[in-house]
Design a protein around this ligand. Sequence first.
Ligand SMILES: *Cc1c(COP(=O)(O)O)cnc(C)c1O
Length: 358
Amino acid sequence: MTSLDDLPIRDDLRGMHPYGAPQLTVPVALNVNENTHPVPEAVVERIVAAVREAVRNVNRYPDREFTTLREALAAYLGGGVMPEQVWAANGSNEILQHLLQAFGGPGRRVLGFPPTYSMHSIIASATGTEWVAAERDAGYDIRPETAVAAIERADPDLVFLCSPNNPTGTPLGIETIEAAYDATRGIVVVDEAYAEFAPREVPTALTLLPGRPRLVVSRTMSKAFAFAGGRLGYLAADPAVVDALRLVRLPYHLSALTQAAAAAALAEAPAMLAMVDDIVRQRDRLLAELPGLGYPTLPSHANFVLFGGVADTRATFDALLREGILIRDVGIPHHLRVTAGTEEETTAFLRALARMTP
Ligand SMILES: *Cc1c(COP(=O)(O)O)cnc(C)c1O
């Protein structure tokens, strides 16, 4: 059997581990922060109709500039974001890869604040960008002074901030983003994958875009939008940033089928987002009920909750899995992360956990 080590693989990839959230078929999957509500039937019909039309022209390459989709994404974001400020790719992971290909790479550094989304450092490595990890404050917060001090030490080419943060769910103050921007010469990427689950009055980094050409706000249709399998991530930034990404994307990276399906889903945004309020209620229920079971929680502005007080994470994870409930061990000692599911799924999780709590 040939192993990786027998291959002439890049030295910097030796010993690395691929992203590996378990993909198991279980009745209650609350492990990767998907919207667990099914896509409404009327939306299914609209997407299928759009894809059917697109298939007629699939002998031709797709619109390289995905113009219709960019217009739809800009309209969805609102707040004066123009189509030329929008870029999209096959998931926001590919968005981050484009950013690192254009602004990172060998000899360059990206600063991040773990614990954070594991793909940030994995994509950094894959693009040969050095990942520099900085400390957070108590409660996983990042105060403006903390961000500025870390930037002064590392002098990064990019700064990755995640708001709200995954896997902690904790919000990030907009003052920290402003301070980080002013302190760095680099690109500041704010990963807002969960923005739709935050309280409406919390300002998004989109409000900071005017006058900040090195600021990038990354979003995805994978979470609130119930489109994880459709693979569509996007960003808003200065049009010059978008021009830079055109240099590194593969031609026609967004298939005609992806473009058609995503645009059709966006046209049904109210229906696709209809379950967000319910998911927020289930998240708030987790926040309210877990402490009573002996598991303290962190504040969450996302569709998941990180809870502590777990004596043996492996044992609790396995016991839940035996009951058909899959959650996530994110590698923080005595903590586990659970996605807010439907009311039934959330109830099943809370009941199972209550049964195994001494
Ligand atoms: C889930 C998640 C994403 C989504 O990635 P896609 O490639 O768009 O599915 C991006 N950022 C964070 C922080 C996430 O948790």
